[in-house]
Each structure stands twice: as C-alpha cells, then as structure tokens.
Write a protein that binds this ligand. Structure first.
Ligand code: NAP
Length: 300
C-alpha cells in the first residue's frame, strides 16, 4: 500500500481513516479492534482523531480497543487535534464554545489524549482550527515541551489559511507537517483561495477531511450535489467503474498537491474501495468535468 512522507521521520498511509464518527459505528471493543486490524491489513495505518470527537469519547473508545492488542500501536500512526473547547455536559462550567491555544491547555489536552488513546506518544498533533485569539509563542513553547518529552513527534494545523500557517511557522523551529482542510467535489474553496498553491510551494501535502462531503455526494439531496453526482456517474461510466466513491477518491488523489483523503467510513468494504482508488486513473478532462459540475458554470 502506498505511503506518503510528511517529514523525514514521518511516513503515513496514502489514505487515512478518520475516527470522528466512531460512536455512530456502534462497535464493541473487539469489533473495533478487528476493524483496525483489517484497516492496517488493507494498508490504511494512519488514524485521525481529535480530543473532542464523539463529545470527548472517541479517543477513549479507540484506546480500549487498542488495549486489547497493544502490539498494534507500532504498526499505526496516530494523529490527534486540540484547541476547541466544546460546550458539553462533561464541562458544565463552560458557558460558550471557544478555542484555547495556551501552553498549559495544549499540554494538558495532549496528556489527556495520550491517556485516552492508551499510548505514550502521538505521531502528529494538529491545531484544530485557527483562533481569533492566537498566540504562536504559547504554541511553540508547548510543542517544544511535548517534543522533548517524546509525547508529540510532529506538529501541523487544520483549517488554517496560508497567512495563519506562515505566522505560526515563523515561531516553530521545525516544519509544520500538514494543513488538514475540507476538500471534496462539493468543497472547492481551497483550489482557488491560495491554500493548495501555498502547500504546493512549501512541498507540504494537505489532508482532506470529509472527502465524500460526509456521504452526501452518494445520496444527493440538493441541486449542486445532484449535478456532481451526474458528473461522477458519467465519468464512472467512461472508466468502467460503478462505485462513485472510488471516482471521488481518484479525483482527490490525482491532484498535484498530493491530497491525502481522510475517509470517514465504519465499513471495511468501503475502506477497501478507497484503497483501490489508488489504482484508478481519471484523465484531466474527467477531473474538470467533476470540477465544473460543482461550480455550476463553465470556467472562464
Ligand atoms: N479537521 C477538521 O476540522 C475535520 C472536520 C471534519 C472531519 N474531520 C476528519 O475527517 C474524517 C472524515 O470525515 P467524514 O466522516 O465527514 O468523511 P466522509 O468520508 O466524507 O464521510 C463519511 C460518511 O460517508 C458515509 N459513506 C462512506 N462511503 C459511502 C458510500 N459509498 N455510500 C454512502 N455513504 C458512504 C459513511 O458512512 P458508513 O460509515 O456507513 O460508510 C460516513 O457516514 C473524520 O473522521 C475526521 O477524522 C476533520
């Protein structure tokens, strides 16, 4: 299975499994362990978490499964995120959802994630969202401590603009490894707001969250999704495929910025479909057919 290098000491799978929807999968610890093993066997070895997923429950559920076979840890790469403070019954004192990137909070959240995930380290820590109250010096100091103690190996960001990325980068003494952003045929924003160009310039591979637009492209309800669905069907017919999700993954994977899809399925067959998209080729005209269908008008 293909991998991709995000840093000299960091190689992750070309397809990443996102764990956001884990609590919807209704799996026992043993079933989740089986799913993780099947995923690794299929070549998807990298798992994307956040402290807040499942109202703060997904990391612990994953950790319980991992505890059943701790030897799996050395075969996987774990990504987690911090920075968002949800309003939650678990934190009754919180009056409002807000972002916190203070040094103490970052370190505390990472330690909490490690305890939940039943691991000593994460391969990558992402700052979940940019904040209007952001102090890169606090982040730099937190990362330095976490790196020195071996708790976090690499730092990246999510949903950042190029300016926010570069501002943080100027305070961190090693390269940020990725920017995880929303990219799908339904979400074209980053193709023309400079974000992908910035990452290409920096030789940094973006991670794409919700690559199937949360599944809505397979079950289109609105006009735009229907247009995209029709274009996907047309391209699928041309290349002799019946699974539209495979066309979407191939569309993302072929982009020169080396987009890494973060897929959200709880079903092994669908995960394997994503892997098989690595061998599916679209031509440039087919890529634009899908792009233009999403725009709803011809490009200039
Ligand atoms: N950084 C951020 O701000 C951010 C934000 C959101 C998400 N994320 C990350 O991105 C990951 C993926 O997001 P996502 O779950 O929205 O991704 P997605 O892959 O676009 O959507 C997954 C959903 O689509 C369904 N699906 C998959 N294949 C399908 C098919 N062939 N037909 C119909 N439905 C299908 C899945 O259901 P089944 O399980 O039934 O297959 C699941 O409900 C998350 O787990 C998380 O790690 C990051």
């Amino acid at each position: 299975m293909a991998t991709i290098k995000l840093a000299p000491q960091l190689e992750i799978s070309r397809i990443v499994l996102g764990i956001w929807r884990l609590m919807d999968w209704n799996m026992s610890d043993q079933e989740l362990l089986t799913y993780l093993k099947q995923s690794i066997d299929a070549g998807v070895t990298t798992f994307d978490h956040a402290d807040i997923y499942g109202d703060y429950e997904c990391e612990a559920a994953f950790g319980k499964a991992l505890q059943l076979d701790p030897s799996l840890r050395s075969q996987m790469q774990l990504i987690t995120k911090c920075g968002i403070k949800l309003k939650s019954a678990k934190f009754p004192e919180r009056q409002v959802k807000y972002y916190d990137y203070s040094k103490d909070y970052i370190i505390n959240q990472v330690e909490q994630s490690l305890a939940n995930l039943k691991t000593d380290y994460v391969d990558v820590l992402l700052l979940h969202r940019p904040s209007p109250f952001f102090n890169p010096m606090e982040v730099a100091s937190a990362f330095e401590d976490l790196k020195t103690s071996g708790k976090v190996n690499h730092l990246g960001v999510s949903n950042f603009t190029p300016i926010q990325f570069e501002s943080l980068q100027s305070y961190i003494n090693e390269p940020l490894v990725t920017n995880q952003i929303e990219i799908s045929p339904a979400q074209l924003e980053h193709f023309d707001n400079g974000n992908l160009d910035h990452l290409i310039e920096k030789r940094i591979s973006p991670m794409a969250w919700s690559p199937l637009a949360g599944g809505s492209l397979l079950n289109p309800q609105d006009e735009k999704s229907k247009r995209i669905h029709d274009a996907l069907k047309k391209v699928a017919n041309q290349i002799g495929e019946s699974d539209l999700s495979k066309v979407i993954y191939a569309w993302l994977l072929m982009h020169p910025s080396h987009i890494i899809p973060v897929i959200g399925t709880g079903k092994i067959n669908r995960l394997k479909t994503a892997v098989s998209a690595l061998d599916t080729q679209l031509n440039l005209e087919q890529w634009f057919e899908i792009y233009v269908a999403s725009l709803g008008e011809n490009i200039p």
